[in-house]
Design a protein around this ligand. Structure first.
Ligand SMILES: [Fe+2]
Length: 232
């Protein structure tokens, strides 16, 4: 029997086994990504964001290689306190719901900027270290053909031995990444250990989004109280 025939027979045997037995599958070590639509924050956040972007636009010309503008940090701006309290409470609640002991801890902003990406701009794959635990995005302006937000499979063992996917368009256990189509008012959160990137922006009008990160501290080490947690 040739090697090719033996391989074909093995594949048929696997098919027979799958058809005749219902496997019980235990999924563990998931990579949750949280989405919530809150367009009610758009007006106030856009106003604060635009003021900072306008200052930056005056300071520097748009770069041909990296055609994007990034605002200053503005998480302390009192005009958007309802937004910052909501995302802070959501970040705390995510960690609490995931099973971490959060009762004596608070989350704190490490950064919150707006990024304005022009045509051809993208964001390369990265994680946020230096203590970040939760990362998030809030989309302000999303013209047609905008960048997509991509999260990458963090399983190092899988990436080392990975096989080609049967259909990379489908989201399966074999997927190496998953993308999300932004829309104005959409908030997306994930754990900071999940690497993210943005695909190349293809619109003549820029995409604008807030990007924020949180670290975790013991409440007793923090002077100001944490925002009250909400159940999500
Ligand atoms: Fe990032």
């Amino acid at each position: 029997m040739s090697k090719t025939k033996r391989i074909c027979k093995a594949a048929e045997q696997v098919k027979e086994v799958v058809q005749s037995a219902q496997l019980n599958v235990a999924y563990h070590f998931p990579c949750p990504i949280y989405l919530i639509e809150r367009p009610d924050f758009l007006e106030k956040v856009s106003k604060v964001s635009e003021e900072s972007l306008e200052r930056r636009r005056k300071e520097r010309q748009l770069d041909d290689i990296y055609p994007m503008i990034m605002s200053d940090n503005y998480f302390a701006d009192q005009r958007i306190v309802q937004f910052t309290e909501f995302v802070g409470a959501t970040a705390w609640n995510i960690l609490n719901e995931q099973g971490y002991f959060m009762q004596d801890k608070v989350v704190q902003f490490t950064e919150m900027w707006t990024q304005e990406h022009y045509k051809q701009s993208s964001m390369e794959q990265h994680t946020h270290g230096y203590g970040s635990q939760i990362v998030g995005f809030y989309f302000l302006e999303v013209p047609e053909n905008s960048s997509r937000l991509v999260f990458h499979d963090p399983r190092i063992g899988k990436s080392l031995i990975d096989l080609p996917e049967a259909d990379s368009i489908q989201a399966t256990v074999a997927s190496k990444m998953i993308n999300f189509e932004p829309k104005p008012g959409l908030l997306i959160f994930s754990n900071a250990w999940l690497a993210h990137s943005f695909t190349r922006h293809a619109s003549d009008r820029p995409i604008k989004f807030v990007h924020f990160n949180f670290n975790v501290n013991l409440a007793q080490n923090v002077l100001s109280p944490a925002p009250a947690a909400e159940i999500i």
